[in-house]
Write a protein that binds this ligand. Sequence first.
Ligand SMILES: Nc1ncnc2c1ncn2[C@@H]1O[C@H](COP(=O)(O)OP(=O)(O)OP(=O)(O)O)[C@@H](O)[C@H]1O
Ligand SMILES: [Mg+2]
Length: 594
Amino acid sequence: MSMQDDEILGKAYDSNLMMRLIRYLRPYKWQVTGAIVLSMVVALLESVRPFFTKIAVDDNIAKGDKEGLLYTTMLFFAVLMIRGVMQFFNAYLTQWIGQKTIYDLRIEIYRHLQYRSLRFFDKNPIGRLITRVTNDVEVLNEMFSSGIVMVFSDVFMIIGIVWLMFSMNWKLAIITLSVLPFLFYGTFLFRKKAREAYREVRLQVAKINTFMQEHISGMLVDQIFNRQKKSFKKFEYINGAHRDANIKSIFYYALFYPSVDIIGSVVVGLIIWYSANGIIEGTVTIGTIMAFLQFNEMFWRPIRDLSEKYNIMQTAMASSERIFKLLDDKTAIIDSENPVSLNKTKGKIEFKNVWFAYNDEEWILKNISLTIFPGETIAIVGHTGAGKTTIINLLDRMYDIQKGEILIDGINIKNVSQVDLRKNIGLVMQDVFLFSGDVKTNIDLGNEEISIDKVKHSAEMVGVKKFIDSLQGGFSGEVKERGSTFSVGQKQLISFARTLAYNPQILVLDEATSSVDTETEILIQQAIIKLLQDRTSIVIAHRLSTIQRADKIIVMHKGEIRESGNHQELLAVGGIYQKLYQLQYKEQEKASLN
Ligand SMILES: Nc1ncnc2c1ncn2[C@@H]1O[C@H](COP(=O)(O)OP(=O)(O)OP(=O)(O)O)[C@@H](O)[C@H]1O
Ligand SMILES: [Mg+2]
């Protein structure tokens, strides 16, 4: 995986990305408007605070106006109350908007992923896709909920304070603002350094994630080969790099905030120094000094906030770029615009001069032609990597072929909708996948048309009902993630029951190679017989018993069909099949005779 992808930190503002992001706010435009108005009001109510101090000191206290002081205090209190209430609504609303938008975005990404073809998943590591749906979306949440709206509030706050300062005393206002160039320069330096440090942190986080994901999945291998120490050293190193990167970034933050405070303190000194003369000369009142000291304190917060927002925006732009890149990926199997409906197929399958490559022109299947008549069972055999699994992936249209045609009942599968196609084909994969949940749901996969009786009947047919009944909870018994508490044979039988419950007209079985105990083996053999009954079937066979029962055996070699015929015919030819038989199946034959 390209690590760079997760490390790139682009611009803090990109108008194209921004326009596209804003679209996610459109359904909530009234709420967004409300939040912006509220934050304006809060900023205004916040920035007038020093004004009350000045009135209280200069107009009430200085003149001994007790009643006026009470009045000012009450008014001030009322303003604070209103501000508090507004702040509540503002915070609630902005977070609400953030949560709504990321909900929408996550749904969109998941839906998009659901319709990508296998080619897409061949290209994109799982870890990266998970990062998109979790981290990257979370970053956008931060931008939607605190970024956009709060920027308004900060800017209004700054405008409000500057305006009030100038209207109160323009000379003091200029003195207060005189340090701004230093501040801007300092912020510029900080941002540059912080950005580099932050990029490094992100890179290290990505490394930790990748490492953890791989090593937790591969923990068993680590343990079997006693590699824990070695893996630990590797992790220690990555974790150390992550710590150092973080400490470095903390260093810049730790330096920046006190620096801003020092600049603020210098301004306090300047205000007092200037006003001391003013008071003596009678041009500045005590209330004004107090108000300015407060303004000064309030002024730096939004400025500091804004530089933090800059970081949020920067990460958000980078995340949104990655998310949009994912959403723009069009790798998919596209349905024909006017699909021919295929409700219940008769089960005739034809491959006509099919060529297929996973990549460019590295042909994995070369000029494959074969016909399977309704009700027939075809066994495909061949060495590992010969292209057997590939053939059945093509029939189910998991990949589109480059040349030739695949027909079902004489209709090109490209002209049938994928829903119709897959409804008619039951595919039992080489590795069984069970979802966490219960046994019943793993058989009916949540399809409400499949009754519990049908589920039980299917389990009975493939001979797994007794086992399921013996589980705690029976058909409602718990299945852990990936079915980790079941044996390979048990999982296999459950997946047979699943296919039988869906009762497809065409059955495709990629027989697992893993050996199971004799008793389970017999169960599986009998189950396969039940599965194949009354349907067109293609079996990628590893069991001699399955092969011998097939109407025709197809021998694949390096992407080509080299031989075809029944067991006896092929043995008589004395070619690849005969060799395979000698090497692989003879043992099975002996074992079954014993
Ligand atoms: N997703 C993929 N991307 C690229 N190449 C692939 C992909 N899947 C399989 N291949 C390649 O295609 C060839 C055929 O693979 P396939 O899985 O069809 O073999 P198979 O006959 O089913 O083998 P086995 O008996 O081991 O299951 C192999 O050389 C393999 O490396
Ligand atoms: Mg295979």
